[in-house]
Design a protein around this ligand. Sequence first.
Ligand SMILES: [Zn+2]
Length: 108
Amino acid sequence: MQDDHRREDEWFRENEKQLLEAARAARARRERERADEEASSERKRLREMHYMKCPKCGHDLKEQDLEGVKIDRCTHCEGVFFDAGELDQIFAKKAEERRGFFRRLAGI
Ligand SMILES: [Zn+2]
């Protein structure tokens, strides 16, 4: 009879331990989900705040076409900014122009 009572206590203790662990794991999962959500909404907020704004003075950037390459120019400080690959395109164009210039100069 005493053994039965002890087994019952152990069963409850073990069951309680499992419930507490499950609750702790669920809470940790919810915390991770909230942190992920906050991180993505914070990223979205920052993107909206800084998109097409000058990194130097914070004024609006305006897209311009420069020899077929779209560049972003600040409407205030006139700084010019390039997206990834745009500067390479300009260098490529300039290199072609230089080659053309030297070909014309050399008469070939
Ligand atoms: Zn600026």
